[in-house]
Design a protein around this ligand. Sequence first.
Ligand SMILES: [Zn+2]
Ligand SMILES: [Zn+2]
Length: 208
Amino acid sequence: MSFFGIFFAPVPKLFWSEYSGEPFFNCIDCDVPLIESNVYVIQKRYVAGEAVFEMAMCERCRDKLTQEYSEETRGNITAYMKKQFQKSAAAGLDDVEGTQIIEVREIEEPEDGEALLQRCIEHCLVCGTERSKCHRYSLAGLCRDNEIVAQVTPISQTPLMVCEKCEMGMADLVSQQTRDSWDRFVEEHFDCPPGVEVDSPSSYPMAF
Ligand SMILES: [Zn+2]
Ligand SMILES: [Zn+2]
């Protein structure tokens, strides 16, 4: 079984829209069909097995939103996530000194690919807690056409899952300016005022 690799799988139901009961079709911001975007991102937040927050966003809008985050926040998050990816990848590296060359190839065996995908979404990236044991957690995944991109390298991973506890711990990485622009975005795009079920904006899945 390959620890690192890339695999394209049909978007799992976990990443479908709870609201429509179907896969996401349009970008939440510009409304363009997602299949017209090179890649797009899906984010969901679950509480007690139910999605309480969901969105899909095309690459262009995603970049635009990220640009609004402060430089400090972007730097913090990039550094933090890199550390988590490396920690998680350690299990797949040989225990040897020096440089290891890792080839990240497309996985051909569907079973292997599926296993890699499950590995990404069944455990919290940060603390390793099983998803089934988490009351609240967030998921983020990169998609292309109607497929999810499952990719694990020594420095990156998609999709990913983070439990609430670990997400809360990331709040310090986010500056006030970034939090404000994210709050504004949520207010513009969602009916429910932030603070209802989508409580504490600091712990939104925004950080991915
Ligand atoms: Zn868009
Ligand atoms: Zn965790």
